[in-house]
Design a protein around this ligand. Structure first.
Ligand code: C5P
Ligand code: MG
Length: 159
């Protein structure tokens, strides 16, 4: 069986007056990501997991954060590009499993919206996409609400 595994991680500082967006879904709260692009840590982690599975480097190689083209960019552009590389190389995504670590707000009510957003960006059935949420138990920069993190694992299967 020809399969490949990929792992991705991202974090961003949180700042007041910015938008918090996860898989394109806006989370209603008074703070958001302090980032060059829209800061969508979930899509960034999944993008890195896809690139990693293909051994094609990382998101910064494909979309440098010094390039003004990517300022404020919708991160769906990044993940769609990585998913197109998967198809070009003769693979399909078997499944994606991701975790967002955010102290607050609770994201449970947005779980299906975020999951659908990620599935749509990847052109996958939602059944192949899992999104989990964790606090950081009020410890460290994430737990103190200064930043948020996302982790992702993907499995690619030869088409
Ligand atoms: O971090 P902790 O184990 O306390 O999280 C308990 C549960 O709270 C998680 O399993 C998840 O269902 C939910 N959660 C959430 N939104 C967050 C963090 C946690 O919905 N930002
Ligand atoms: Mg716990």
């Amino acid at each position: 069986m020809d399969v490949r595994i990929g792992l991705g991680w991202d974090n961003h500082r949180l700042a007041e007056g910015r938008t918090l967006v996860l898989a394109g879904v806006r989370v209603p709260c008074g703070f958001g990501f302090d980032a060059h692009s829209d800061g969508d840590i979930l899509l960034h982690a999944v993008t890195d997991a896809l690139l990693g599975a293909l051994a094609l480097g990382d998101i910064g190689m494909h979309f440098p954060d010094t390039d003004p083209r990517w300022k404020g960019c919708d991160s769906a552009v990044f993940v769609r590009h990585a998913a197109s590389l998967v198809r070009q190389r003769g693979y399909r995504i078997g499944n994606v499993d991701a975790t967002v670590i955010l102290q607050r707000p609770k994201l449970g009510d947005l779980r299906e919206a975020i999951r659908s957003g990620l599935a749509a960006a990847l052109e996958l059935e939602p059944e192949r996409v899992s999104v989990k949420f964790k606090t950081a138990e009020k410890v460290g920069p994430v737990g103190e609400g200064r930043s948020a993190e996302a982790q992702a694992a993907v499995l690619l299967v030869r088409d």
